[in-house]
Design a protein around this ligand. Structure first.
Ligand code: SF4
Length: 227
């Protein structure tokens, strides 16, 4: 398995744990605000590829200093070697977290059934009817709904999260949280303008209103990445 980037020590990517974060290349979505754009297309020449052995050697050296490994992307479930990589990580006694866009429910279920994941963060980009527009790809929303159900039926820790970009409205937030009513956790994440030509973020009053709506359906709703 190859990676397009790595954060050696992170205190914010796995709740309550110190983690190393690795980023896989390639994504089946193309969200217009994506900040990992260089990772979206696999084999981009600009990316410095990190081989799996390098990651495993590094983890072996610092295994007493970190608790967990986060596999982010890109979209990690596109990688054929994801399962075998997770098996190696679990053998090293690390906790594992997967960041996913939820488009591969079968793989998600297989990894959960084999107890290879301790935490999953799944993006819910917007309300289902607006999805394909935001992610600039045709999306099978039934797959997303299936992934949501798999996580909500599971025994592991998980969160759903929405980047509150300017094209996501309060009505969208209401539709999202109605879909995941009673979920363990829901994060409303700050949108960062990719560049100054992109639309400005919602103001904080709108964020507070969105959080109020979310809390009506999910007790553990919170804002993320606000100073
Ligand atoms: S799903 Fe994530 S990695 Fe893929 S395009 Fe969207 S923001 Fe970028």
């Amino acid at each position: 398995m190859k990676f397009g980037g790595m954060i050696k020590n992170s205190f914010v990517d796995y709740p309550g744990e110190i983690a190393t974060v690795v980023f896989t290349c390639g994504c089946n979505f193309d969200c217009w605000y994506c900040h990992n754009r260089s990772l979206i297309k696999q084999n981009q020449k600009k990316i410095e590829i990190i081989e799996e052995n390098e990651v495993l050697d590094f983890l072996n050296k610092i295994r007493k200093m970190i608790d967990a490994v986060v596999i982010s992307g890109g979209e990690p479930t596109l990688q054929k070697e994801l399962k075998s990589f997770l098996i190696k990580i679990k053998k090293m006694n690390f906790k594992t977290k997967l960041d996913t866009n939820g488009s591969n429910p079968n793989i998600l279920k297989e990894l959960l059934d084999e107890k290879l994941l301790d935490y999953v963060a799944m993006d819910i980009k917007t309300s289902f009817e607006k999805y394909s527009n935001l992610v600039q790809k045709k999306v099978k929303t039934e797959d997303l709904q299936q992934s949501i159900k798999i996580l909500m039926d599971s025994n592991i820790d998980y969160e759903f999260r929405t980047t509150f970009s300017p094209d996501v409205t309060l009505d969208d937030i209401r539709l999202i949280v109605q879909t995941i009513k009673g979920a363990k956790a829901y994060a409303l994440q700050k949108y960062n303008q990719p560049d100054s030509n992109c639309p400005a973020p919602h103001n904080l009053v709108v964020f507070d209103h969105a959080l109020e709506i979310a809390k009506q359906y999910i007790d553990n709703s919170f804002l993320r990445s606000f100073d």
